[in-house]
Write a protein that binds this ligand. Structure first.
Ligand code: MN3
Length: 207
């Protein structure tokens, strides 16, 4: 996250063309998810913050961490919209065209020390994502000691609220896949695993 970003927030552009993830995620699915859902969270976050100049210097992550100190009237909205903005920025950054999806040998060692193998990590991530009931995420995270763990979050909750380092969000809100996969969440997940930007996930691990 770029700490210099603050109100009024602007949506970050996709880090690749909207058709770059085809056929695993088709152009319309990516475009609508980014331009409508993600950008909508940014807009609603700005609308919520408009009359609260005392929060205009805060980056998204700080808004999430400082929730307890926020005015009661806007706390829930900020949690939802800042959370939605945060999770989506990370989601789009963590995807890449399939030919660029590769885990480095160094990062593989770290993954193996937490999960035993890459395969076990991917299987755990997929089954966590399958088990989310309603809207939410399966999230690859790491704790203060660097150990990775997979958690399930509902709606637009974020790992930073639990003081966990967010590495990779798997968005299983229906808006993330319904257009292309309808109710076949597992097919979406199988496709998503082919287009994970592991270089970005590794960068998140060290940041
Ligand atoms: Mn989404």
């Amino acid at each position: 996250m770029n700490g210099a970003e603050h109100y009024p927030f602007t949506p970050r552009p996709l880090p690749y063309p909207a058709n770059a993830l085809c056929p695993w995620l088709n152009t319309n699915t990516v475009k609508i998810h980014h331009d409508s859902h993600y950008a909508g969270y940014i807009k609603r976050l700005n609308d919520t913050l408009k009359n609260y100049p005392q929060m205009h210097h805060l980056p998204i992550e700080a808004l999430l961490i400082k929730q307890a100190f926020l005015p009661d009237a806007v706390r829930t909205d900020i949690r939802r919209f800042a959370g939605g903005a945060f999770n989506h920025q990370l989601y789009f950054e963590c995807l890449t065209p399939a030919n660029c999806s590769k885990i480095s040998p160094d990062f593989e060692k770290i993954i193996c020390s937490s999960f035993g193998s890459i395969k076990a990590m991917m299987n755990n991530l997929k089954s966590a994502a399958m088990s989310v009931f309603g809207s939410g995420y399966a999230y690859l995270t790491s704790d203060m000691s660097g150990k990775m763990q997979i958690i399930i979050l509902h709606n637009q909750e974020t790992p930073v609220e639990q003081r966990l380092n967010p590495l990779l969000p798997i968005d299983v809100w229906e808006h993330a896949y319904y257009l292309q996969y309808q109710n076949h969440r597992e097919r979406y997940l199988n496709s998503l695993m082919k287009i994970i930007n592991w270089k970005a996930v590794e960068k998140n691990y060290y940041s």
